[in-house]
Ligand binder design. Structure first.
Ligand code: DP6
Length: 406
């Protein structure tokens, strides 16, 4: 960047979200409009986050993007869809550009014709098979809006990148209302409760496999919409009542209700995958063992103390309360003894070591499967996207190219 006045740089972070009422199926492939509403929990960025720097400059001759250090094709349709969303409300942009100029008289008009350089990194391995597209596109939408000075709801920008990404625009508990309009203007994400609402809630990610999945969500849900009568029934007859019930459980901090509905909705989503033709299966033997373990654990306690949910892959996401984490982790270690890297089995929030009672061990009644769970990430509910003020946080240097790694 030859002149500071001709460029703006921003760096933002955005969280991963885990759906407890699942989104599966589009009614409009291009606009990414869903066949049902969904609800998610935003995970804390201390454990999982995407960081994105966006720089616009008069001196750039082309748009460019780097993902996890590798330059990628900026022409990818979903990235282009997000970028073009920045141009659809020029009045907002012009108004904000004027406002900015009035504060800094010598700043030349910022223009949407300025090319953008984008760099994005995840603080967790993409290879772990954890959903990274939601955090990635939410972060892209947030960074682009900040760098171009666009205000207002960013649901559409993030959604055009990946449907579930619109739910990563807020912290806490978030619903994506499916909307009714053909143009998708009412298909937006809204916060149901902030991250401070349920401080005892904990999230454990049980990383099962690092293999690349056979069927991606986009292709998978398209085949499901085309072939699964169960998916249609779910969207029309099941989800509306579940959304209302889930929102009630969250507002009342009712873990029994929240946990049971979370498990039922995950199971129904995977049932629609099996009802798809040809069938899709995301769960593996370890996933099914984890399901069994959770139900045995709950039966032993005579109440729902832990709940599982699975997305388009075999990793389990467990919800529980802080007073149950240590005992459940002991049960997981018993059923899936760590094979290698024993000291790295637990990542994220500290978990105090707890013994497994003989009663619980007997109640679980499972033969250990060494190495089934590779590691656990302990996390909690967290806030939405953040803007980082310190210039040293930028992933791109003054020349608009990735900084060499420190
Ligand atoms: C199973 O948002 O990844 O995680 O809109 O095609 O990008 P696209 O799909 P994506 O699908 C997420 C599916 C899910 C459930 C959920 O997060 O609600």
């Amino acid at each position: 960047m030859a002149s500071e006045k001709h460029s703006v740089a921003v760096t933002c972070t955005a969280p991963v979200n885990i759906a407890v009422i699942k989104y599966w199926g589009k009614r409009d492939e291009k606009l990414i409009l869903p066949i049902n509403s969904s609800l998610s929990v935003t995970l804390h960025q201390d454990q999982l986050k995407t960081t994105t720097t966006a720089v616009i400059s008069k001196d750039f001759t082309e748009d460019r993007i780097w993902l996890n250090g590798q330059e990628e094709d900026i022409g990818q349709p979903r990235i282009q869809a997000c970028l073009s969303q920045m141009a659809v409300s020029p009045s907002t942009v012009r108004r904000l550009a004027r406002k900015r100029r009035s504060g800094e008289e010598d700043l030349p008009p910022l223009s949407l014709s300025y090319k953008v350089h984008i760099a994005s990194v995840n603080n967790f391995p993409t290879a772990a098979g954890l959903a990274s597209s939601a955090a990635g596109y939410a972060c892209l939408a947030y960074a682009l809006a900040r760098v171009y000075g666009v205000e207002g709801d960013l649901s559409e920008v993030a959604r055009r990148g990946s449907g579930s990404a619109c739910r990563s625009l807020y912290g806490g508990f978030v619903e994506w209302q499916m909307g009714e309009r053909a143009d998708g203007k009412d298909s937006v994400a809204r916060q149901v409760a902030p991250e401070s609402h349920w401080p005892e809630l904990r999230v454990l990610i049980l990383v099962v496999s690092a293999e690349k999945k056979l069927t991606g969500s986009t292709a998978g849900m398209q085949t499901s919409v085309e072939t699964s009568p169960l998916l249609r029934f779910r969207a029309e007859a099941v989800v509306p009542a579940r959304m209302a019930e889930m929102i009630r459980c969250v507002k009342e901090r009712n873990f029994q209700g929240f946990g049971q509905l979370t498990m039922k909705d995950s199971n129904q989503f995977h049932a629609t995958c099996l009802d798809t033709f040809p069938p899709i299966s995301y769960l593996n033997d370890t996933s099914r063992r984890i399901i069994h373990l959770v139900h045995r654990f709950n039966a032993h306690h005579g109440q729902t103390k832990v709940a599982y949910t699975f997305d388009a892959g075999p990793n389990a996401v467990i919800f529980t309360l802080d007073d149950t984490v240590a005992e459940f982790v002991a049960a997981v270690k018993h059923c899936f003894p760590p094979e290698s890297n024993k000291d790295k089995f637990l990542k994220g929030l500290p978990v105090r070591p707890a013994p497994l009672s003989d009663e619980l061990r007997a109640a679980l009644g499972m033969d250990p499967t060494p190495g089934g769970v590779k590691y656990i990430i302990a996390s909690q509910v967290g806030p939405g996207p953040q803007m980082l003020d310190q210039p040293h946080a930028h992933l791109l240097g003054p020349d608009g190219l990735p900084k060499p790694e420190a």
